[in-house]
Write a protein that binds this ligand. Structure first.
Ligand SMILES: Cc1cc2nc3c(=O)[nH]c(=O)nc-3n(C[C@H](O)[C@H](O)[C@H](O)COP(=O)(O)O)c2cc1C
Length: 219
């Protein structure tokens, strides 16, 4: 079976995927097409073994010199004190919806190579790859990972005693999808609006900067 056909066959939840497929210029795996950063998260807790699998997925991300510069501070609702400390680092807009998530996470990058102490220019990139792995694994388990830049970096550094050559990168709320009808109106609209992306021709170049290739054009 051709890959394109098998993707269509494995389409998973048609409610999500029909909409997403319409906006995809080229076929991609349903787990990527169907993923989205919704804000309506159920309060249902995430099983420890599922959470561990998410971290394991992050662990196997590629990284420059296999430095694995990522760390994650994870706070579950079961540990209310830690959860509230991490929640308290988020900006108000994010607290409004992320407070209902069962899990919060903060990704942290080690900025220097362990062997030489020199600056690791790819540390942010590699933490991003680890989070991408984690997000994909979460999607497999039916979970949502909603990343957040909206947090107080210095507060997080103080609150969790993050050393100077480490940098807090992004927070994330993790949980099973909830009921968007329970969100405040403006957030519900965001959750229900279609995902948007620049076309391939805007960012895939060949020969020189700004020259998009014919093969990037929509079918
Ligand atoms: C590093 C990063 C920071 C983000 N910061 C926030 C944030 O502070 N608050 C928020 O509601 N969404 C945030 N988002 C979610 C993005 O808005 C979202 O990924 C984007 O609109 C694309 O939507 P999609 O993930 O559903 O495809 C962030 C995403 C990333 C990757």
């Amino acid at each position: 079976m051709r890959e394109k056909d098998s993707m269509a066959k494995d389409a998973g939840d048609p409610m999500i995927l029909e909409a997403e497929r319409k906006i995809c210029e080229h076929p991609i795996h349903p787990l990527l097409a169907g993923r989205r950063s919704i804000r309506a998260l159920a309060s249902t807790s995430v099983e420890p073994e599922t959470l561990a699998s998410l971290m394991e997925a992050a662990r196997w991300a590629p990284s420059c010199m296999n430095e694995q510069p990522w760390s994650f501070i994870v706070a579950t609702k079961e540990n209310k004190c830690d959860f509230d400390r991490l929640l308290g680092c988020l900006v108000e807009f994010n607290v409004e919806w992320a407070q209902h998530a069962p899990v919060l996470l903060l990704s942290v990058a080690k900025l220097t190579f362990e062997s030489t102490g020199e600056l690791n220019r790819h540390a942010f990139h590699d933490v991003g790859q680890a989070i991408a792995n984690l997000t994909f694994q979460a999607t497999v388990s039916g979970l949502v990972v909603h990343q957040m830049a909206g947090f107080d970096v210095e507060k997080a550094r103080r609150e969790f005693s993050i050393p100077p050559d480490y940098e807090p990168i992004a927070a994330a709320a993790i949980g099973y999808p909830g009921n968007s009808a329970e969100l405040p109106e403006k957030l519900r609209k965001k959750d229900e609006s279609p995902r948007k992306r620049k076309p391939l021709t805007n960012f895939v170049f060949e020969s020189g900067w700004g020259h998009s290739a014919d093969w990037t054009r929509s079918l």
